[in-house]
Write a protein that binds this ligand. Structure first.
Ligand SMILES: C[C@H](O)[C@H](O)[C@@H](O)C(=O)CO
Ligand SMILES: [Mn+2]
Length: 419
């Protein structure tokens, strides 16, 4: 029996099992089809970019590993992303950092960057049916130091204000070009190794910088602000903490980015969704996997990810939550890293979409708490994998582990030849 026939048979049986608990698998698949992940371009080349490929990564983040085959230029980054995308079911977006501009080999400083430096990306995105998202880049630059937008030195702070304003203009141009808002993320590493004499001084400066940056209103881009617990070498204090950005976002109607690696390890990110949806316009996610710290391990299908996806579905908030990924692993095949993380994220959302939430809520409102727990437990062993296989089949991407051999082939033919 061929794979297609087996997948269809298993799917039909699964559809019956889910129907028995009032879940329509086809409706779940239709909703999954509309979920676009935003693939982070920086997994392809260990956050190097094209501004200064020989420079080192700064800003309290670190990539570990030296697996061969890292993309070395814009063509290789594009080819690797398209290859990864071809193994991920659905239609997805690409999240670019400013240092990935098409600078044509010229030195373009961060306060000089323009939409023209991203024209070829916009065209590439359209050709390949990948809409673009964007990030300002405040790390890996001689003026990065420990403080950028919160720097008391006006010449440094103004440099980064100018950079960030330009990045908003680039995002707007992308949004216009693709006729769909470009999500622009702002993350800065500003902080200090020891507790500063005044915490409020730097937060006041960051607030003032943001007010100036956001003074221009745009219609085709959306601002997202990303908090962090700490950076390497900046362990005691982060200017842009969660409280800071949540307060700023709630007051100024800005989107707060939740990077799942940026919190205390026992903190539930899933639990934040329902509160944030009541006070901020939308949510941007950076799905990551912290191991002991913000280690940016490849995303896998963990309980934390499942909880997060279920919360978003239970809040009926797919139209208000943007799902970006953010990790960088240089110890394994980088294309494989993309595919594992993206497929894991989609699997989590599929499982969430297959939850009979009306029945569970009904049990709860009738105080049938044994029944609620029993159904939640039984759901864990319902055949969602057969629905996933059907999703892959329908989207013409490898079913199950078949992508491993395909990635091995790309490695043998392409990435292993990069020296
Ligand atoms: C490279 C990204 O901007 C970065 O990962 C940021 O989003 C972050 O999460 C920093 O820890
Ligand atoms: Mn992030």
């Amino acid at each position: 029996m061929n794979t297609e026939k087996k997948v269809k048979e298993a799917f039909d049986l699964a559809a019956e099992r889910f129907a028995a608990v009032n879940v329509d698998v086809n409706s779940a698949l239709e909703k999954l089809q509309k979920i676009s992940l935003s693939l982070h371009c920086w997994q392809a080349d260990d956050v190097t970019g094209f501004e200064n490929p020989d420079g080192s990564l700064s800003g309290g983040i670190q990539v570990t590993g030296n697996y061969p085959g890292k993309a070395r230029n814009i063509d290789e980054v594009r080819a690797d992303i398209l290859t990864a995308n071809s193994f991920i079911p659905g239609t997805h977006r690409l999240n670019l950092h400013e240092i990935y501009g098409d600078f044509g080999g010229k030195k373009v400083d961060r306060d000089e960057v323009e939409p023209a430096h991203f024209q070829s990306w916009m065209e590439w995105g359209k050709e390949n049916n990948m809409k673009l998202d964007f990030n300002s880049t405040s790390f890996s630059h001689p003026k990065s130091g420990n403080l950028t937008l919160a720097n008391p030195d006006d010449s440094i702070r103004n440099f980064w204000i100018e950079h960030t304003k330009r990045c908003r203009a680039i995002s707007e141009a992308m949004g216009v070009y693709q006729n769909d808002p470009c999500m622009m993320n702002l993350w800065i590493h500003d902080g200090s190794k020891e507790v500063p004499a005044s915490r409020i001084k730097y937060r006041q400066l960051l607030k003032d910088s943001l007010d100036e940056i956001f003074a221009t209103e745009y219609k085709n881009m959306k601002d997202c602000i990303e908090a962090k617990l700490f950076g390497i070498g900046l362990e005691s204090y982060t200017v842009g903490s969660y409280d800071f950005y949540l307060g700023y976002g709630a007051k100024n109607n800005k989107i707060v980015t939740l990077d799942t690696g940026h919190f205390h390890l026992t903190e539930s990110i899933a639990d934040k969704i329902s509160s944030m949806l009541l006070f901020t316009p939308e949510i941007m996610l950076h799905v990551s996997r912290p191991i002991r710290w913000d280690s940016d391990h490849v995303v896998v299908l963990s309980d934390d990810l499942l909880d997060l996806s279920r919360e978003i579905i239970r809040c009926n908030a797919l139209d208000r939550v943007h799902i970006g990924l953010d990790y960088f692993d240089a110890t394994i095949n980088r294309i494989g890293a993309y595919v594992i993380g993206c497929r894991a994220t989609l699997k989590a959302f599929l499982q969430a979409l297959l939850e009979p939430s009306a029945t569970l809520q009904q049990y709860e409102s009738e105080d049938k708490l044994f029944q609620r727990l029993a159904l939640q437990e039984e759901l864990k062993s319902l055949p969602w994998t057969a629905v996933w296989d059907m999703y892959c089949l329908k989207n013409n991407v490898p079913v199950g582990e078949d992508y491993i051999a395909e990635i091995e082939k790309y490695e043998a033919e392409v990435t292993s030849k990069r020296r």
